[in-house]
Design a protein around this ligand. Structure first.
Ligand code: FAD
Ligand code: SIN
Length: 559
């Protein structure tokens, strides 16, 4: 099979909440190609349990949602982005409902029906819109159904984006790219995983919506797709990247001995229904740590668990909700109830063994308030983006919301400049160059490299960091990068090889950012600098084109 060129008005890379909501809207303007490296439903979105934070309770307020988000963000949020997030929430959630998403409802005493709003850590009110504990699955289903109804959208499953198309591939002479603001994106090289052929997908507008990075760590709640591909691709192309040190560890993933590719999440909503955390001695340790106890912000709960495990030499702590009625638990948390039962734990009778696991990346590709990146015509939304809404720590259930809000804004921005003939003026790009590459026979070496990266990151760049651990991580990641780049250049490309290439780049960016931040703040806790330093109220901005910059995300603008 030979290389083809697929041209569309919009190229969307990723089929989670951010990519699909953008694609639906863009299809009103023109043709959309959605490229996704797995079958339809495999995304972080699909596994989201808790829900979508948004103000629907009449006693709640937008100001309160903003305040809670800023408090969690520990001084690093872009306040304008946070205001946009909270204000747009109800309208965007309603749009999901209009597209067919069914969220849990409750009957009020006066007989009216309203959304059932859950509670999660750091929120001052019940404001989590949810579909039992299957929110992401329900949203993904509704969006895929809507996509199927749209004639302008073509979805390419089992296709992996390898690299962005910029002037670099055109090998333009006389136009030296020496700063971030003269790079332009024209689409991407996309590998068809089934045939092994790399095709050219060209488009005047590309949206990166490739999700998170959890697979960089040994223990994660994220599925196998979360290998930081979009961030690594954008970095290679010269985009600005920020806040990569802020990795959120979810306090409560199910403890199951033996390594699993994805740890099963026990939603924070379980603590929202009054579950308590106990150590192996049966002590409720969160009472001594924070006035909000189990509903303290996630970084605090995860660190408290980590300390408890180290103090007592235990493998897990326990989350107890067994005092609630079985019927209630089965109906409110069907996924969790049945998964645990399958693992031999009846949550209505006994506490659930839990441990923290890597869960969410607050940083990513720097974007302005309209989803624009530093690369012209390249937009970003969802977990790959750094809009500044999360700062140093994301408030629970703000990420699905971020995806829908900023995909909408990216769409609105493009709508103003869109012309149907934009795609006719795209330059011709060379085919993917596979000269001098060989089929990789030593797969075991790749597998070992992946495990090495994950272990280094877990052991040295985890919940609690120190200068010594970070230096050790940097040395090992540099060595692993050399080995991986060597294979990458010599081997015929496969999806797994692309992921390994991106995992090591992502790991490098996290370590580099963690070493730059000489304080403890939000999710970044370094024992050498245990306090927050107010003179460091800004972000480290990294790019492959220049030295790191230190500035506020809100001060960055793209023309
Ligand atoms: P994703 O949903 O991860 O989608 C990324 C897409 O990109 C996938 O389709 C993937 O196949 C594709 N992709 C990646 N790389 C490539 C490539 N190279 N080529 C082609 N395609 C590619 N957030 C909340 O707000 N509320 C919650 O209750 C909640 N619960 C969560 C529970 C779990 C277990 C997890 C893991 C996360 C949870 N989160 C929650 C976080 C939230 O789900 C994610 O941040 C959000 O879904 C990210 O959406 P996204 O569209 O950016 O990316
Ligand atoms: C959860 O249900 O605990 C996850 C919520 C989130 O990550 O926002």
């Amino acid at each position: 099979m030979s290389t083809e060129v697929f041209t569309s008005d919009f190229l969307v890379i990723g089929s989670g909440i951010a990519g699909l909501t953008f694609a639906i809207k863009a299809s009103d303007l023109g043709t959309v190609h959605v490229v996704t490296k797995k079958k339809d439903f495999d995304s972080n979105t699909n596994y989201a349990q808790g829900g979508i934070a948004s103000v629907f309770d009449p006693h709640d307020s937008i100001e309160s949602h903003i305040k809670d988000t800023l408090t969690a963000g520990a001084g690093l949020c872009n306040e304008t982005a946070v205001r946009i997030l909270a204000e747009s929430g109800p309208e965007r959630v309603q749009e999901l409902i209009n597209w067919g998403a069914h969220f849990s409802t409750r009957k009020n005493p006066n007989g009216s029906v309203s959304l059932d709003l859950g509670r999660e850590g750091g929120h001052s009110y019940n404001r989590i819109v949810h579909a039992k504990d299957l929110t992401g699955q329900e949203v993904e289903r509704a969006l895929l159904d809507e996509i199927a109804r749209r004639k302008n959208i073509r979805v390419f499953e089992n296709h992996t984006a390898v690299d962005l198309l910029t002037q670099h591939q055109l090998k333009l002479t006389g136009k030296h790219i020496n700063s971030y603001n003269n790079i332009r994106c024209y689409g991407a090289y996309i590998l068809d995983n089934t045939t092994g052929v790399v095709h050219l997908f060209t488009s005047p507008y590309t949206l990166l919506a490739t999700g998170g990075i959890g697979q960089v760590y040994l223990h994660t709640t994220n599925p196998a797709i979360a290998t930081g591909d979009g961030i690594a691709m954008a970095y290679r192309a010269g985009a600005l990247i920020a806040d990569m040190e802020f990795i959120q560890f979810h306090p409560t993933s199910l403890y199951e001995p033996g390594h699993k590719e994805r740890a099963f999440l026990i939603s924070e909503a379980v603590r929202g229904e009054e579950a308590i955390l106990l150590n192996s001695r049966g002590e409720r340790f969160m009472e001594k740590v924070h006035p909000l106890k189990e509903l303290a912000p996630r970084d605090i709960v995860a660190r408290a668990i980590d300390m408890e495990l180290k103090r007592l030499g235990d493998q897990c702590v326990y989350l107890d909700i067994s005092f609630k009625d079985r019927d209630f638990l089965e109906s409110r948390f069907p996924t969790i109830y049945h998964y645990c039962l399958g693992a031999g734990i009846d949550i209505s009778k006994e506490p659930i063994p839990v441990v923290p696991a890597a869960h969410y990346l607050c940083g990513g590709i720097v974007s302005d308030l309209n989803g624009r990146t530093s690369i012209s015509n390249l937009y970003v939304s969802g977990e790959s983006a750094c809009t500044g809404v999360h700062g140093a720590n994301r408030l629970a259930s703000n990420s699905l919301l971020e995806g829908i809000v900023f995909s909408h804004r990216a769409f609105c921005h493009i709508k103003e400049i869109f012309a149907p003939d934009n795609k006719d003026a795209l330059p011709p790009f060379p085919q993917w160059d596979k000269k001098g590459t060989f089929d990789l026979e030593e797969w075991i070496l790749i597998q070992h490299n992946i495990e090495d990266v994950k272990r280094v990151m877990w052991d040295y760049v985890g919940i609690v960091r120190s200068n010594r651990r970070l230096e050790r991580a940097a040395r090992r990641i540099t060595l692993l990068e050399e080995e991986i780049l060597d294979y990458y250049r010599r081997s015929t490309i496969t999806s797994r090889l692309v992921e390994l290439h991106n995992l090591i780049t992502t790991a490098k960016l996290i370590v580099q950012s963690a070493m730059l931040r000489k304080e403890s703040r939000g999710l970044h806790y370094n024992t050498n600098y245990p306090q927050q330093d107010e003179s460091l109220n800004g972000s480290y901005i990294i790019s492959s084109q220049q030295q790191p910059l230190f500035m506020k995300i809100s001060e960055i603008s793209f023309t």
